[in-house]
Design a binder for this molecule. Structure first.
Ligand code: DC
Length: 209
């Protein structure tokens, strides 16, 4: 298991994916987009004609499916890279991500991926700093104003982002919250580069301790 884990959580549009990718590039580390895993399960459940709230059947999909996130997102060999960003998946994914058995299956896989990782790993999601890797070397909680997050998602008004924030933060199992010892970074008005610089600085501080 790699000890070199940078865990990043935050709401939709806070910049997690872009920051995680650039950060991993800069460090020569791998990156894991855990949202893509929940989205892939959602896409497969819909593909099979399941209702997103059919908890037992959707959990079986999560437990039995082969999910790849790189270089493209696929599930059971079916490329869903673009489809996972569709409106139907956007709507259904909060329901699937609230399913405790789906979460248990995803957390187990995320830890297995880290266990197999020979180098460093940047992992981003909603429960990475609190549940999946609470002992990560650096833990970051990204935020940004609702207006800016909606703008980044190409959305007017922010209703859909706000709805997803609410669903992610109020669910019973592993809700989105800031870990007590996570570094909080408000990315409003900051470039991806600036945020990455700040995280690299935090990482260097951990080595010099
Ligand atoms: O980061 P994203 O928008 O691709 O995430 C998609 C959905 O999955 C979103 O509703 C939050 C949920 N999610 C989660 O519950 N836990 C994670 N570790 C990652 C994403």
């Amino acid at each position: 298991m790699t000890d070199d884990i940078i865990a990043i959580d935050g709401p939709a549009g806070s910049g997690k994916s872009s920051v995680a990718r650039l950060l991993a590039d800069r460090l020569g580390w791998s990156v894991l987009d855990t949202g893509a895993m929940y989205r892939a399960v959602t896409s497969e459940a819909l593909h099979l004609g399941l209702a997103p709230d059919d908890t037992g059947a959707v959990a079986r999909v999560a437990q039995r499916s082969l999910i790849e996130t790189r270089p493209r997102v696929s599930i059971n060999g079916r490329d869903v890279h673009d489809e996972i960003r569709s409106d139907v998946v956007n709507v259904a994914v909060s329901v699937v991500a609230a399913n405790p058995a789906v979460r248990a299956a995803m957390v187990q896989r995320q830890r297995a991926i880290a266990a197999d990782e020979p180098g460093g790993l940047v992992v981003e999601g909603r429960d990475i700093t609190t549940v999946v890797f609470p002992h990560a070397r650096v833990k970051v909680y990204l935020t940004a104003s609702l207006d800016e997050r909606a703008r980044r998602r190409g959305e007017e008004g922010g209703e859909s982002v706000a709805r997803r924030d609410h669903a992610d933060s109020s669910r019973e199992t592993s809700p989105l919250r800031q870990a007590e010892d996570a570094i909080a970074l408000d990315t409003t008005g900051l470039s991806v580069d600036q945020v990455v610089e700040e995280i690299v600085r935090c990482l260097k501080n951990t080595t010099s301790d």
